[in-house]
Every structure is written in C-alpha cells, then in structure tokens.
Design a protein around this ligand. Sequence first.
Ligand SMILES: [Ca+2]
Ligand SMILES: [Ca+2]
Ligand SMILES: [Ca+2]
Ligand SMILES: [Ca+2]
Length: 383
Amino acid sequence: MKLTTAAASAPRSQSGSALIITLWVAFGLVSLALYFGHSMSLELKASENRIAGLAADQAIEGAARYAAYLLTNLETPGLLPSAQFYSRDAVSVGEATFWFVGRDPDQDSPSLPYFGLDDESGRLDVNTATLAMLEALPRMTPSLAAAIIDWRDSDSEVTSGGAEEETYMRRNPAHRAKNAHFETLDELRLVFGMDAEVLFGEDANQNGILDPNENDGDGSPPKDNQDGRLDPGILEYLTVAPAATTTRAPGPGAAGSISRVNASTASEVVLSCLPGIEKVGASALIAYRRGHVDQLSTPGWFTNALTGDGLRAANDYLTNGSTRFRADIAALGQHGRGYRRQRFVFDLSSGTPRIAARQDLTPLGWALGREARQKVQVAQRNP
Ligand SMILES: [Ca+2]
Ligand SMILES: [Ca+2]
Ligand SMILES: [Ca+2]
Ligand SMILES: [Ca+2]
C-alpha cells in the first residue's frame, strides 16, 4: 500500500514541485523584467535630464552671443539697451528657453524677478575702493574692510585691525596672503574674517529678489530678518574692474586711482558708500534718476542732483556710462528640465565685447522666481 501510494503520489508531487519551480522562475523573470524596466525608466529619465541639460548649456552659449551682439550695437554707447528693445524673459531657442537674470532699476517689488542685462560699473571696484568705502558696505566691520585692503595691497604692513601673511600662515591649512589685486570676487572667501553671511546676506541664490526661503527667518537657510525686503551681502555691491577703467586721478591723500561708479545704474547702497555723497546724496541721485529718465545719457547729469560736499565727491567718484556689462543667463532644456545658470561679464573697453569673466551659478539653485517655476512644473506634467 505504502509503495502504491508513494508510486502514485510521486508524479503528482514532482509535477507540483515542477509547477512551483516554474512559477518561481516565471516570478523571478517578471521581477527581473520589472527591475530592469524600472531602472531603464530611471536611466531614461536621467538621460532625458542630461539631454535637457545639454540643450540648456547650448541655449546659454546662444544667449551669450546674443548679449555680445546687443552690446556691439548699443543705441547709446555706454548705456544699457532699453528693456523694450530686446528679448530677455523666457526666450525660446529650439526646445530650450533662456532668461537674463537682471536687477530692477526701480526695485519696486522685492519678490518679483526682473529680467535684463545689467551694468557692472554701477558697483564698487573691490581693487580700488578705499577703506572708508568698504566700511560703509552692509554687514561690514572695520577689521574685515582692513583685511580686504591688506589682502590686495602689495606690502605686509597690517592695516589697523586687518590681516597680513602672518595671520594666514597660522591658519589650518596655512596659506599666503595675496598681496595683489583680486582677480575674481570669489577670492573674497579667503580674506580673514569673511563668512557667507557677509558675502551673500539674505540673497542666497544671488538673483536680486526675495525668494520665499529668504524671508522666512530661521525656517530655512539663509538667515533673514523676515521684513519683506531683500538685504543682500557685499557680493551684490562689488565688482572687479579691469585696471584700464580706473579713471580717477589720484587726489591729495589718495593712494591711487579709484574706479568711478556709474551714477546712472548704481544702487542706493553703492552710492551711499561714496564719501561726501553718503545717504543724503544717494537718495537725491535716485530721486533725480526717476524724475529725469530722458537725461541719463547726458554726460555729468548727476551734478544737477547734488550740492556742496556731494557735488565735490561726484566729480571725484561718479561717471555715467559703462564699458562693463553683465549677462547673468539662466536656461532650461525641453519640458522645463536641466536648469543651468552662468554669469558673464563683458568688457567693451576695446570697442568689441570680450568675455572678461564667466562663472557657473547653477549650484546656487533656482533663480527665476515663483511664476516661472509654476510654468515649468506645468510643462513637466504635460511633456
Ligand atoms: Ca598686503
Ligand atoms: Ca534671492
Ligand atoms: Ca530663511
Ligand atoms: Ca530682509
């Protein structure tokens, strides 16, 4: 009986195990297929993002050539082209799109992005600004301003409160002081006492507008005072001017020539840093600028806006017109993917635009404001 039962049940149990094995193999194959399918779709998404990124890179190259073209054909040499005469917001290049991230000359709404080319000479030249000018910048301390002077001057005499080679050699890792002019603003990170709060202030993504995380206090980085206004760091107000544009003749007590500031484009903060002009002169200049837009191409218009000390200082420190312009270009590839951003500085002192600086700002994150982000999200959902 036992034998018969065993003999009779053997094929059934064998076929049963065979079925289970087959099922396991099939299940295994299905899982493998699902696994490969999933990783392939991930791979596909990644390569779509890569392709979109490449398209965005190409759009940036195109936008830089477009910027050079605009600067070669300025209506009035030295003045930014009027905003209505060129494309600057969500410009299509094939399936990609680019924007010129600019600065609103009127600074009316702190959280609305402004798109356009920008002027570099409306900023203080970090290589020629005096100690007093640097000290007047936001969040600046006298010792930090002194350390900037010591970093760029060729001697090793410590300016009161500043830092020379011996301070840097005590650092870990130790390094030398530059004792020469700044070549980029990035070098400011190496100056003794410098930190991200002084450099960036509330404008963590360097787009000149108040993004949600820049007005939520300690809710998310950066630190901000939640006052509904953008309080940027010193990077917003400084530039590295080529030596050729340092135009002020050295006056009594001045150590050398000082790059003039373009009164037509400088922010109130930058104008306030100029000794003699200060806060009162700066607000007079801004008010005059708003009321006399058609006169800003007249050489020396700013002398009409100032009196007394302000007027004397204007003759020393101000100019109108520029030979250095900024194209801060952000771009996206197809379906709103592959965000990229590069900042170019064009130098026009030789007549034709030359790229004097180029910096990848992609790591700073989204810089185009809330509305453009929503449009992109819609594009991503309906590719
Ligand atoms: Ca020095
Ligand atoms: Ca910002
Ligand atoms: Ca914050
Ligand atoms: Ca604020």
